[in-house]
Every structure is written in C-alpha cells, then in structure tokens.
Ligand binder design. Structure first.
Ligand code: CP
Ligand code: NVA
Length: 333
C-alpha cells in the first residue's frame, strides 16, 4: 500500500483496506510515543498548517506530529497570511508547495481545500471544512477499535446536528468499515441526500446499514457508540442559537439515553463541548436561553463511559500516520 504524494481530503477517497492500514500505522505510532521511542524520520522536511477557523486539537496534533517526525512546522492563522484576501488559493498553493513538503488546511468550503490540492505539488491534508472532518473520523475509529477490539458489526449513532461536517465523515467512515450508522436528529438537520447516496451502496457492500431517523427510541438497545457534537458549528451565525436549541433540545445526550442504549455503550464527542458553564459561549447562551448544558449533560461527559480524552489524544496519532504515509517514499524493490 503506497500513499506517497497523495492528498487526504475526504474519507470517501480511500478504500476500506487503506483506512485500516492508516489505523494500523497510527497504532504503531501511539506505541512508539508511549514507550518513548524517537521516530524523527523526516529531519529535512517542513510542513505548513493553515487555519482559517480556530482550533486546539487539530492544530496541536499537526504541530506535535510534525515535531515528533523531526520536521519543521509553520502555523498560519486567519490573519497570518495573504491567502484569500490578497492572494488567491491557487497562487498560495503554488507558493507553499515550493517551500514546504506538505500543507494542512482548515476552513470553509470544501472547494478551497480541493483547489489547494489541485494546484499544489505536495500532499494537502484536510483539517476540517464545512463539509467534512476526515482526520477526526480516523481518530474516532481508532478509539472505537481500541475499545471494542473490532469495528465490523458495531453500531455508531450520531445524535444532534446530523448534517454537519463531523457527522458526514463518520457516515462515510462507518460505511467503509462495515459499521452500522444511525443519524438521529431533527428532520430540519438531516444529512444531505448526496452524502447518503454516496455512502449507502458502500455500506451495503460492507454488510452494514445507514439509518436516518428523528426518533431517539431508535437508539434503544442498538447503539454501541453514542456520538454528539456542538449544535452550532464554526462559521455558522450566532443568531442561530435560539433556533438550534429549540430543534436540538430533545436530542441532548443524557444518562437516560445512554442507559437505554446498551450497558456497554460508550460516549464520544469530537470536542470542544458545551457540557457545563465553564466557557464564555456557554454562559452567554445560558443567559439568553436559560440552558446550562447543551449537546451532552455533564454527567455523561464526566462518566466512565465517556472516552472523549482518549479520542482527543488519538487525533495526534492518526494525524501523524496520515502525514507520515503521504510523505514517505517507499524504497523501490
Ligand atoms: N475536534 C477538533 O477538531 O477540535 P479543534 O477544533 O480544537 O481542532
Ligand atoms: N462541527 C464542529 C466540529 C468542530 C471540531 C464545527 O465545525 O465547529
């Protein structure tokens, strides 16, 4: 399996075997890291990581993955480069690919990262767009695999804003890995027909199902993993909070929902999460709408069933695997 020079733009671009290979590489890197074994294999390489939206996990994961692999890393924030306002994406890509060995991009339209890849001579990695969040799904599936020891046949339920970027990548990843996927949320926030139509035949081929429902009772006795995400994503207007809270309140992940699923059901969240009032946004929302916990209750978030911090750590190991595999030239036999 050879990923040298390839971009990492969306889960659907890769086969089941390729995704398994990436997970296996991530496992190896995790072991190396945990046992303190140096793996600075790219001392002469440098990568640029571009963020048009804010980030903690993805930025830190790319930075540490880069340093661990022995590379130089340049972080450009929304105000730190000419991209978009003074220089086109195409020109930026052509400049950066003369200087760097790989480029990460987080931003808005999927077309931007697709264009970056089109015009760049070096691998481009998608660190989140409005449409998808593929490195997230990879980290999540490493977490699920480590916990259950398998993927095929499990059921992952994404509850809440089921048409968002994280849900889209999880549907694609589930279909590829033979995991049953339930998108459970209000009809107003249904996944697009386009993504369902792409994933459905893949799921069928791999012996799994995709269920789109607005009924939380569909999770009862079925879901091995209950996954949620914020009710308003980066880049969406703050004025939408009221409408979203009304639509999504019935889909809050709480202990009652967890207990009705299975005794063994785990909770996942890509983070950041509004599970208490310890953030300024949560306090603003609380003042305006009187709600103190949003997509997940603090009880579930802090419970033993919650693997959210393992999941956050796995972002780094999986991102390292993607960066390594796409920059590593295999020796000719
Ligand atoms: N889950 C995730 O992508 O987190 P950041 O927005 O902090 O990168
Ligand atoms: N759906 C969220 C994911 C953050 C990691 C967002 O786009 O803000």
């Amino acid at each position: 399996m050879d990923f040298y020079g390839k971009d990492f733009l969306r889960i659907l671009d890769f086969s089941e075997e390729e995704l398994h290979y990436m997970l296996a590489a991530a496992k190896k890197f995790k072991e190396l890291k945990h046992t303190g074994q140096s793996h600075k294999v790219f001392p002469n390489k440098n990568i640029a990581i571009l963020f048009e939206k804010t980030s903690t996990r993805t930025r830190c994961s790319f930075e540490v993955a880069g340093y661990d692999l022995g590379m130089g890393v340049t972080y450009l924030d929304p105000t730190g480069s000419q991209m978009g306002h003074k220089e086109s994406i195409a020109d930026t890509a052509r400049v950066l690919s003369r200087i760097y060995d790989g480029i990460e991009y987080r931003g808005f339209d999927q077309k931007i990262v697709d264009d970056l890849a089109k015009y760049s001579d070096v691998p481009v990695w998608n660190g989140l767009t409005d449409e998808c969040h593929p490195t997230q799904a990879l980290g999540d599936f490493l977490t699920i695999l480590e916990h259950f020891g398998k993927l095929k046949g499990l059921t992952l339920a994404f509850v809440g804003d089921t048409r968002n970027n994280v849900a889209n990548s999880l549907m694609a990843m589930s279909a590829k890995m033979g995991v049953n996927f339930i998108a459970c949320g209000p009809n107003h926030l249904r996944p697009s027909d386009e993504i369902i139509d792409k994933c459905q035949p893949i799921a069928e081929k791999n012996g799994s199902t995709i269920t789109i429902t607005s009924d939380i009772a569909e999770l009862n006795g079925k879901a091995d993993v209950i996954y949620t995400d914020v009710w308003l994503s980066l880049g969406e207007p703050q004025e939408k909070w009221g409408e979203r809270i009304e639509l999504l309140k019935p889909y809050q992940v709480n202990m009652e929902m967890m207990n009705k699923a299975k005794e063994s059901t785990i909770f996942l969240h890509c983070l950041p999460s509004f599970h208490d009032l310890n953030t300024s946004i949560a306090r603003d929302v609380n003042e305006k709408f009187g709600i103190s916990e949003m997509e997940v209750t603090n009880e579930v978030f802090e419970s033993e069933r919650s693997l959210v911090f393992e999941q956050a750590e796995n972002r780094m190991h999986t991102i390292k695997a993607v960066v390594f595999l796409t920059l590593h030239k295999k020796e000719a036999k």
